[in-house]
Design a protein around this ligand. Structure first.
Ligand code: NAP
Length: 261
């Protein structure tokens, strides 16, 4: 079910759509359905074909390559955003990465290189992106990113990614304070486990997903469409007054003690 909301005079930039299962795509679909004009950035040419396929019959969309850790790419991306839209109402950060070996062993063995890469891509990029976007933001502009409960509790194998998500959540609060005087809102959505490319690269994700479905209050995992709907609420004026928050959409998984292993 899609929510009836008119965003036909609004503009959005969605960063981090790898394919139709991406949480960034679930959010983009809600924005497009609401009539929003949407630009997309992708990291590398490798997955551009997937994005092009998703956007084939969509009007008024555009795409641009941008590695979220490259100042040069971000400058070019926001120059393009200015050229296409003039200003920016909504920004979606759906980007995370940790080297696989950092998620296989013990957390204590995390190398400085893996720590820096993971924190840079998955947390600092939100700060850099907001700085680049600032001149384009309007009063009432809104940013959402995606986080995960491993920031709050130890989830086996998440290791440095759990730390990166904790940093992302804290950065959300500091950015919300910086931008608050213009009533620009920054929030992060804590999603339950969803089958995406990024998730599949986490060792043991299949077991975690199945256990999540058994243990959640709903007896199932949340869906990417539910993430999209919460994002639509937070991005649009429905979420006015909400900033600096980590909001859960996990079918009630994080509130439960473990019923079953
Ligand atoms: P996804 O479809 O694989 O999306 C992750 C995106 O991040 C990809 O488009 C990837 O691009 C991009 N990315 C990685 N490094 C980048 C960089 N340096 N610059 C620009 N883009 C980069 O997986 P997803 O699960 O939807 O992930 C989206 C967000 O949701 C992430 O923050 C993730 O941690 C969060 N999340 C996911 C779950 C879950 O269970 N799936 C739960 C909670 C939160 P490439 O494909 O080109 O590398």
């Amino acid at each position: 079910m899609s929510v009836q909301i008119d965003l036909s005079n609004k503009t959005a930039l969605v960063m981090g759509v790898a394919n139709g299962r991406s949480l960034g795509w679930a959010i983009a679909e809600q924005l497009l359905t609401a009539g929003c004009r949407v630009g997309f950035s992708y990291q590398g040419e490798r997955l551009k074909g997937e994005l092009d396929k998703l956007l084939k019959d969509r009007e008024g969309v555009w795409t641009q390559q941008a590695d979220a850790t490259s100042e040069e790419d971000l400058s070019a991306l926001f120059a393009r955003t200015k050229e296409e839209f003039g200003g920016l109402d909504y920004l979606v950060h759906a980007i995370a990465y940790a080297p696989r070996n950092a998620m296989e062993g013990r957390f204590v063995d995390t190398t400085p290189e893996d720590w820096n890469t993971s924190l840079h891509v998955s947390a600092y990029s939100l700060v850099a992106i907001c700085r680049h976007a600032e001149p384009l933001f309007r009063e009432g502009s809104s940013v959402v990113s995606l986080t995960y409960h491993a920031s709050q509790q130890v989830v086996p194998k998440y290791n440095v990614m759990g730390v990166a998500k904790a940093a992302l959540e804290a950065a959300t609060r500091y950015l919300a304070a910086d931008f608050g005087s213009r009533e620009i809102r920054i929030n992060t959505i804590s999603a339950g486990p969803m089958r995406t490319i990024a998730a599949r690269s986490i060792p043991g994700f299949g077991g975690l997903y199945d256990k999540g479905a058994r243990n959640a209050a709903f007896g199932r995992n949340a869906t990417s469409q539910e993430v999209g709907k919460l994002a639509l609420f937070l991005l649009s004026d429905l979420g006015s007054g909400v900033t600096g928050q980590t909001m859960y959409v996990d079918a009630g998984l994080s509130i439960m003690t473990v019923k079953e292993d």
